[in-house]
Structures are given as structure tokens and as C-alpha cells.
Design a protein around this ligand. Structure first.
Ligand SMILES: C[S@@+](CC[C@H](N)C(=O)[O-])C[C@H]1O[C@@H](n2cnc3c(N)ncnc32)[C@H](O)[C@@H]1O
Length: 204
């Protein structure tokens, strides 16, 4: 099995990086109906999964980084949510691995780090396992020069391939292009809240 490795995976990601996503996570939580089942793909160390636990009947986090999944499970053993679980898996082969179906699939800041061909493969898998897909990503048009530069610095520091995929994601049209190419229908959309982000709730 593939294992994705970043220098910041694990506790560093959980403590320093993931909390910056809280505003996006709040927007996403409001998209989700009470009692729904959710799969968070590219869940990192599970911060969004834990935040959704009190609203959802079932939350599954999936990530290709074994270090992130190890940290997520460590936190889970402390917090003891009985409706949350984590799987170390590649999202591009998810439908064959999972029997369960979900009301929602979520992808936050995961799709931009994948190479273009992997992005559509992942969305195709999510279309099989869920009827709604939520994508939270970088907006193509940045409304703040300061945050645009900050985003660039963060993505550059993530490594050469990561940065290349980030740039390709934006230059190809970002979330709008992905939605169109995958044949998804936008039901709800929030742009620039948080600043430089683009969040969509879509129907497959
Ligand atoms: C920038 S992190 C975002 C984590 C979390 N969703 C958040 O918003 O804080 C992207 C995550 O996607 C995961 N990832 C990348 N490609 C993946 C794939 N093919 N299958 C599953 N996870 C993947 C990475 O390992 C990483 O943990």
C-alpha cells in the first residue's frame, strides 16, 4: 500500500496546521444535516471528524498518511467517540475497499496536493459511495494579497511535488473546473469565507 509522507504529518499537523481550518470546518458542519453519515477523505489527523461527531451518526476518516492516521487514532483513544473511526487508505481506490455508503463525502485541502489524474479518480470513487460531495479548497481568485502570499509560502514549504500540484490545481480552474469535469451539481457555495477559500456542497 502507498504511504504518503510529509515532514509535517502527525502531531505537528494536528497542533499547528489543522486549527487554521476551523472556520472552514464550521461552514462545512452547517452544510450537513443532523444524523447524517460522513466520510472525510484526506482527513489528516481527524480534526474535522471529531468536530462532526456530535452532529453525525457515523464519521469515517480516511488518509494516505499512516502517520496522520496513527495520530488520529491516538486522539480517538483519548476522546472515546464511539461513532468515529479512521482508515489508512488511498482515496483513489476507496470504493473497492469500502462496503458502506455515506450521505456525504468531504474533501478539505486534500485535492490540490494530488496530481490532476488522481483528482478525478478520487471524485469518481466518492460518487460511488455518497450522494453528496463537499469540497473545501483554495479559491482561484484571491481577495487578499497578504493571504495569497501566505498560501504560496505554506504550499511551497510542503515540498516540490506538492507545490507543483497546488499550482496546477489553481491554473486549471480550481474547484469550478473540478466540479464541471466531474459532472457534479453545486447546491451550496461559499467563497472567501474564510478568505482565499472556496467551499461547495455538490450533488453527484
Ligand atoms: C493538507 S492535508 C488536509 C487535511 C485535512 N483535511 C484538513 O483540512 O486539515 C491533505 C491530506 O490529504 C491526504 N491525502 C493526499 N492524497 C491522498 C489520497 N490519495 N488518499 C487519501 N488521502 C490523501 C494527505 O495525506 C493529507 O493528510
Amino acid at each position: 500500500m502507498r504511504d504518503k509522507k510529509h515532514w509535517y504529518d502527525g502531531y505537528f499537523y494536528d497542533r499547528i496546521i489543522a486549527p487554521n481550518q476551523d472556520k472552514m470546518f464550521s461552514v462545512i458542519k452547517n452544510f450537513i444535516t443532523e444524523g447524517a453519515s460522513v466520510i472525510d477523505v484526506g482527513c489528516g489527523t481527524g480534526r474535522l471528524c471529531f468536530r462532526l461527531a456530535d452532529r453525525c451518526s457515523k464519521v469515517t476518516g480516511v488518509d494516505l498518511s499512516s502517520k496522520n492516521i496513527f495520530t488520529a487514532n491516538k486522539i480517538l483513544s483519548r476522546e472515546k467517540f464511539n461513532n468515529v473511526s479512521f482508515i489508512h487508505a488511498d482515496a483513489s481506490g476507496l470504493a473497492e475497499k469500502l462496503i458502506a455508503k455515506y450521505d456525504y463525502s468531504i474533501l478539505t485541502y486534500a485535492i490540490h496536493e494530488m496530481p490532476p489524474e488522481e483528482r478525478t479518480a478520487v471524485i469518481d470513487q466518492l460518487k460511488i459511495i455518497s450522494s453528496r460531495i463537499i469540497i473545501g479548497e483554495y479559491a482561484v481568485e484571491k481577495k487578499s494579497k497578504f493571504w495569497e502570499v501566505m498560501n504560496e509560502l505554506v504550499e511551497f514549504s510542503a515540498g516540490k511535488d506538492h507545490y507543483k500540484n497546488y499550482k496546477l490545481f489553481l491554473s486549471s480552474g480550481g474547484v469550478n473546473y473540478l466540479v464541471e469535469q466531474s459532472g457534479l451539481k453545486i447546491i451550496k457555495e461559499v467563497i472567501n469565507n474564510p478568505v482565499t477559500s472556496h467551499i461547495v456542497l455538490t450533488a453527484v
